[in-house]
Design a binder for this molecule. Structure first.
Ligand code: TYD
Length: 142
């Protein structure tokens, strides 16, 4: 899907467990300025429901599983994250909704910038309006 990708990180396995490291501009395609994590989400709760104007993010499910619905004006896709060595890259102008958090699930997010509410598009109709030029006038089909 346009501006989205699944990234496979190194999984260093030993008898004593797994280790994954993530280096900016090597394992993720941006400089990491912020990390945050989401825990304790009820199984029937849904989060997200926004897009970003400029922010790049990678979502990693460290424990349990989480589903992500990705939307653009021309496509919709659903992805299940359940492997700590896999990251979902989401670039600008992608609408995301997170749901089906299993009990004890942990979602880690690495972001390319500090928190700024100005970078959010939280209204879906406004999102469609702002994104349609990018998707339709540039003939993006994916
Ligand atoms: P939000 O990004 O809407 O969460 P989600 O997409 O998971 O539903 O953020 C929820 C609240 O937390 C909102 O009031 C903004 C605040 N927040 C910060 O203060 N700093 C941050 O880095 C993030 C991601 C959110």
């Amino acid at each position: 899907m346009y501006n989205c990708a699944l990234l496979k990180f190194k999984d260093i396995v030993s008898n004593d467990g797994h280790l994954t490291s993530i280096e900016e501009r090597i394992d993720v395609p941006f400089i990491i300025k912020r990390i945050y994590y989401i825990t304790g989400v009820a199984q029937d709760a849904e989060r997200g429901f926004h897009a970003h104007k400029t922010l790049h993010q990678v979502l990693i499910c460290l424990n349990g599983s989480i589903k992500i619905r990705l939307k653009t004006p021309i496509k919709e896709e659903q992805i299940k994250l359940n492997d700590p060595s896999v990251g979902l890259y989401i670039g600008p102008l992608i609408w995301r909704e997170m749901f089906d958090f299993t009990k004890g699930s942990v979602l880690l997010v690495a972001a390319s910038d500090h928190y700024s509410e100005d970078d959010y598009i939280r209204d879906y109709n406004l999102y469609l309006d702002e994104a349609k030029d990018t998707f339709l006038s540039h003939s993006i089909h994916e």
